[in-house]
Design a protein. Structure first.
Length: 223
């Protein structure tokens, strides 16, 4: 099952809500959409612009971003510059701000690539599903964690993305920067149990030997 991770850069999450089902919510909100063996995970930086971190974190997680600005203002410029800094491709939806107004900003930012898109939420979903993941299943296992919490009767559960390699049941992982080690008791992918999860998968890891307060957002679990 291939996951495509998308930063949803629109202030109201209108398209994200139409494309996917709302999942976990913190400083950013995740919307999930499954079609066959492909899954879209949309990350909407809900607490932006009050805080810059949700925007940066959503871009750090994504393979591609769609961008739907509502005005030519400092926040539009900030989002364009942030996407360029992370080297992300932008799919630009210019239904609220004209192409002629946006084009000079996009060209000046040094983005690796961008394209204008016209269509509704269904067409955007199909466009995003055709994108490729940038993550590879070769190399040592790396999982970036975005939340960790205790579940009664289950234990410590960490949510995140397999950045590289494969995560597997009974695998022992070290959580950086603390260096605390834990064993993977079980794995869920899209709410289904799995013995392993390949790179790009959004996973829930049930962990043995670690408390939830020992793992934080942005921690990296490595083999």
């Amino acid at each position: 099952m291939k996951h495509i991770h998308v930063a949803a850069l629109e202030p109201d999450a209108e398209l994200a809500k139409k494309i996917g089902k709302k999942g976990s919510e913190s400083d950013f909100t995740i919307y999930n959409c499954k079609e066959g063996q492909r899954v879209l995970c949309l990350y909407h930086p809900t607490k932006y612009p009050d805080k810059i971190q949700p925007l940066l974190y959503s871009l750090s997680l994504c393979d591609v971003a769609y961008f739907r600005p509502q005005a030519i203002d400092k926040f539009t410029g900030e989002m364009i510059v942030a996407a360029a800094a992370f080297g992300k491709k932008l799919i630009v939806i210019a239904d609220r701000v004209g192409k002629d107004d946006l084009a000079p900003l996009l060209k000046a930012a040094g983005l690796p690539s961008y394209e204008f898109f016209e269509g509704d939420a269904i067409a955007l979903r199909e466009k995003l599903l055709s994108e490729s993941s940038t993550r590879k299943s070769t190399g040592r296992t790396e999982v970036i964690i975005d939340s960790c919490f205790p579940v009664k009767g289950v234990g410590t559960v960490a949510l995140g993305i397999v950045q590289q390699g494969t995560a597997a049941v009974h695998q022992k992982l070290s959580f950086l920067p603390s260096g605390v080690e834990a064993e993977v008791k079980s794995i869920q992918v899209q709410d289904e149990n799995a013995s392993e999860a390949e790179a790009s998968s959004r996973v829930g890891l049930n962990l043995k030997g670690i408390d939830s307060d020992q793992v934080g957002m942005g921690d990296l679990a490595v083999e």
